[in-house]
Design a protein around this ligand. Structure first.
Ligand SMILES: [Zn+2]
Length: 138
């Protein structure tokens, strides 16, 4: 019998199995398992694809910070709100009328964001009225 030491750890095998059968290659079941895994058997636990995924984790999908006023309620559905908010914000700087409206809201005790949102809402209302009556802004 050729195999007298464990093929995995090299330890001397206790004794050859009596009678016919497979020649003993490993000192115990643990060594047999280890050798099997090294050969890439099914007992190796992970498939090639799994190993690849472990090596290259997906990029972190951290939600991007949105504007402050988007902290409550749905996120994506409020994109149009962001458009009007930004529009109102710019109009405060460009339009004296918008500025007065904003200042008035601020005097009423509203926060900056609330005042801008109020202006945005008013502008939407104006826009809606124009569309409804098929008029142009004068
Ligand atoms: Zn062994």
């Amino acid at each position: 019998m050729p195999a007298r030491s464990c093929a995995e750890c090299g330890q001397r095998l206790p004794r050859p199995l009596p009678g016919p059968g497979r020649t003993q290659q490993y000192c115990n079941q643990a060594c047999r398992q280890k050798a099997y895994r090294r050969r890439g058997g099914r007992a190796s636990g992970t498939t090639g694809a799994q190993r690849h995924r472990q090596q290259t984790p997906p990029p972190a999908t951290r939600p991007r910070p949105g504007p402050k006023f988007m902290t409550t309620g749905g996120a994506k559905s409020l994109d149009h709100t962001h458009v009007f908010y930004t529009s109102a914000l710019i109009s405060i700087r460009c339009s004296p009328e918008s500025r007065r409206f904003y200042d008035r809201k601020r005097c009423e005790g509203k926060r900056h964001t609330q005042a801008v949102m109020a202006l945005a809402r008013r502008r939407v209302n104006v826009l809606w009225a124009l569309l409804r009556d098929e008029r142009c802004y004068e």
